[in-house]
Design a protein around this ligand. Structure first.
Ligand code: MLC
Ligand code: AMP
Length: 507
C-alpha cells in the first residue's frame, strides 16, 4: 500500500525549489521548504498521539503553516477537519462533540476559550499564529523527514461539515480518492500547469479554497499568491503578474465595481473561474465587456467536490454550469420517483463518480437518505440540461441560503428564534443582494399580546451563530403565509421582501 494522495500532491515536489506560496509580507515558501515543514508538523502530530484515522480539528488563520498542517495530516494518515474561522464557541462545541478529534489546532488568540473545549473532550490543544504558536515551536524541534503513513484510496483524508436542513451539521467523509480524482480532473480540464500563478483569496476551510484551489496547484506545481483575505486593491496589484483566479461570484461583482479593474490589468490572466453560488448572467456579460475574458463557471459541493464545469476551450455559456467532469456522471431525475428525465425537463441533480463522498460521519440514516445504493448522490439542487448538454441550476429543493458563497440553512436560525420569549414562530429566507448574492431576512410572528424586541433577538443570535448567518433584517408579521398543507411558503416571503431596501446590517 502507499499514500497516493500524499505522493501525488506533495512527495513529488521533493527537491523542487520553485516557489509554492507567496505571502502578503512578500515571503516566498518554495515547494521543497514547504515539504520539509509539513514533515516536521507530521512529527508533532505523531508525538502528540495522533494515530492514522484520527481527526485533527483546525480553526486556524490562513497561513502557510496551516496549509503545511493539511499536508502533514495527509502524510500522517490523519483526517483533516477544517472549520470556518467565523464559528462561535457555541457552534464549535457541537463539532468537537460530534467528531471526537484527537487534536485541536486553533488560533493562538483563541487558546483560552478553545482550550476549555479541548479539556472537556480530551483532545490535545496546539496553536498557530501570533508570537508563540505552540504547534510551530514544537515543529521547529523536529526532523524534516517523516515516513509517510500508508493509506488506501477509500481511507478518509478529510471531514468537512455542511449544515443540514434539520439544523444539525453533517460531517461529509471525503476519501483520498475523492480528493485526488477531482484534482486530476480539474487540472486536465482547466489546463493548470507549473507556469500558472494563482491568486488565492478564498478561505482555506472549504472545498473551494482548500481542495479546488490548493490541490490543483499542488498537483500541477503552480505558484500560489496566498492572500489572507479577499481585497480588491491587492487583487488589482497582483493581476498583472498572475494567470488564474478562483472565486465566488461576490469576487467578480466587487472587482467590476472598481474602475481600476480594466482589460489592462487582466492582460496576463489566462482564466477566471467562478463557483459555490450562482453567477448572474449579467455579471458574466459585464465581465466580458470590461476585460474580454469569459468567466468559467463550474458547480460543486462539499459532499462531491466538483461535478460539472463549462469547457475551457469550447463555449462558456452564461447562466449554465457546463457539463459533467470526465469520470463523473451527472443526471437529472424526477424528484419523486428517481426516474431519469429528458433534456429540457427540470428535476433533481444526482451525481455519481470517484469524487462522491463516503457518507456522513456517524449518520447512517442521513447517508441512506441522500446517497443511493447505486452510488448516486441526491444533491438537493434542481437542474435542467439543454439540448446540447449544458446543465443549468434552476433552483434548490433544499431550504438553503447561499450568502457570499457560504451556505446557511434557515432551520438553524429558526430553531434559535423560535425559542426566544415572545416569538410564536419564525421563518428565515434569502432575498437577492447585490454584494452577497442573497441576504438573510427573518420574519417573526409574536406571541399574542407580545412585541418582541429585535435588538435583543439580534443579541441572542450574535452569541450563538457566526456573523455570516445573522439576519440582516427582522420583520414582525401578523402571520406566516402557508399553503393548504400548512407549510410555510418561503417563496411568497422572498417575493414580498425581494425589492425592499435592506436596512443597515443588524449586528
Ligand atoms: C462576510 N460577511 C458576510 C459574508 N462574509 N455576511 C454574509 N455572507 C458572507 N459571505 C460579514 C462580515 O462578517 C461583515 O460583518 C460584513 O459581512 C461585511 O464583510 P466584508 O468585509 O464585506 O466581507 P469580506 O470579509 O470581504 O468577505 C466577503 C467574501 C467572503 C465574499 C470575500 O465571505 C468569502 O471569502 N466568501 C467565500 C466563501 C467560500 O469560500 N465558499 C466556498 C464554499 S465551498 P460586519 O460585522 O462587519 O457587518 C462550496 C462548494 C463549491 O460551496 O462549489 O465551491
Ligand atoms: P456547499 O455545501 O458549501 O458545498 O455548497 C454546495 C452548494 O452550492 C450546491 O449544492 C449548490 O446549491 C451551490 N453551488 C455551487 N456551485 C454553484 C454554481 N456554480 N451555481 C449555483 N449554485 C452553486
Amino acid at each position: 500500500m502507499t499514500n497516493t494522495l500524499y505522493d501525488s500532491l506533495f512527495a513529488h515536489h521533493e527537491g523542487n525549489e520553485a516557489p509554492f506560496l507567496q505571502l502578503d509580507d512578500g515571503q516566498v515558501v518554495s515547494y521543497h521548504a514547504f515539504l520539509k515543514r509539513a514533515a516536521q508538523i507530521a512529527h508533532v502530530l505523531h508525538i502528540n498521539g495522533v494515530s492514522p484515522g484520527d481527526r485533527i480539528f483546525v480553526q486556524a488563520p490562513k497561513l502557510a503553516e496551516t496549509i503545511a498542517l493539511y499536508a502533514a495530516s495527509v502524510q500522517a494518515g490523519a483526517v483533516y477537519l477544517p472549520l470556518n474561522t467565523a464559528y462561535t464557541l457555541a457552534e464549535l462545541e457541537y463539532f468537537v462533540s460530534d467528531a471526537q478529534p484527537a487534536m485541536i489546532v486553533c488560533d493562538s488568540k483563541d487558546e483560552a476559550e478553545i482550550g476549555k473545549l479541548a479539556t472537556q473532550s480530551g483532545a490535545k490543544l496546539l496553536t498557530l499564529g501570533g508570537d508563540t504558536p505552540s504547534l510551530s515551536l514544537e515543529a521547529d524541534a523536529q526532523r524534516c523527514v517523516f515516513e509517510t503513513v500508508d493509506r488506501a484510496p477509500d481511507d478518509l483524508a478529510a471531514l468537512l461539515y455542511t449544515s443540514g436542513t434539520t439544523g444539525r451539521s453533517k460531517g461529509a467523509m471525503l476519501s483520498h480518492q475523492n480528493l485526488l480524482s477531482n484534482a486530476h480532473a480539474l487540472v486536465d480540464l482547466w489546463g493548470i500547469t507549473n507556469d500558472d500563478r494563482l491568486i488565492h483569496a478564498l478561505p482555506i476551510f472549504h472545498t473551494h479554497g482548500l481542495f479546488v484551489a490548493m490541490n490543483t496547484s499542488l498537483l500541477a506545481g503552480s505558484e500560489v499568491r496566498l492572500m489572507e483575505k479577499f481585497d480588491v486593491g491587492l487583487i488589482l496589484e497582483e493581476l498583472p503578474r498572475s494567470t488564474l483566479l478562483m472565486g465566488v461570484p461576490t469576487f467578480y461583482t466587487r472587482l467590476l465595481a472598481d474602475e481600476g479593474f480594466t482589460n489592462k490589468v487582466t492582460g496576463n490572466m489566462r482564466l477566471f473561474i467562478s463557483g459555490s453560488a450562482p453567477l448572474l448572467a449579467e455579471t458574466h456579460v459585464a465581465f466580458e465587456t470590461r476585460t474580454g475574458h469569459l468567466i468559467l463557471e463550474r458547480y460543486g459541493m462539499t459532499e462531491t467536490n466538483m461535478n460539472t464545469s463549462n469547457p475551457y476551450s469550447g463555449e462558456r455559456r452564461a447562466g449554465t454550469v457546463g457539463m459533467a467532469l470526465p469520470g463523473t456522471e451527472v443526471i437529472v431525475t424526477n424528484p419523486e420517483t428517481g426516474a431519469l428525465l429528458d433534456q429540457g425537463e427540470v428535476g433533481m441533480i444526482e451525481v455519481r463518480g470517484p469524487n462522491v463522498f463516503n457518507g456522513y460521519w456517524q449518520m447512517p440514516e442521513k447517508t441512506a437518505e441522500e446517497l443511493r445504493e447505486n452510488g448516486f448522490f441526491i444533491t438537493g439542487d434542481l437542474g435542467q440540461y439543454s439540448e446540447d448538454g449544458y446543465l443549468s441550476i434552476v433552483g434548490r429543493s433544499k431550504d438553503l441560503i447561499i450568502t457570499g458563497g457560504y451556505n446557511v440553512y434557515p432551520k438553524e436560525i429558526e430553531d434559535i428564534l423560535n425559542d426566544v420569549d415572545g416569538v410564536l414562530e419564525a421563518a428565515v429566507f434569502g432575498v437577492p443582494d447585490n454584494d452577497f448574492g442573497e441576504a438573510i431576512i427573518a420574519a417573526l410572528v409574536a406571541e399574542p399580546g407580545e412585541k418582541p424586541d429585535t435588538d435583543r433577538i439580534a443579541g441572542t443570535i450574535r452569541d450563538k451563530l457566526s456573523r455570516f448567518k445573522h439576519p440582516r433584517r427582522y420583520e414582525l408579521v401578523p402571520e406566516l403565509p402557508r399553503n393548504t398543507m400548512g407549510k410555510v411558503q418561503k417563496n411568497v416571503l422572498r417575493e414580498r421582501y425581494a425589492n425592499k431596501e435592506l436596512s443597515p446590517a443588524v449586528s
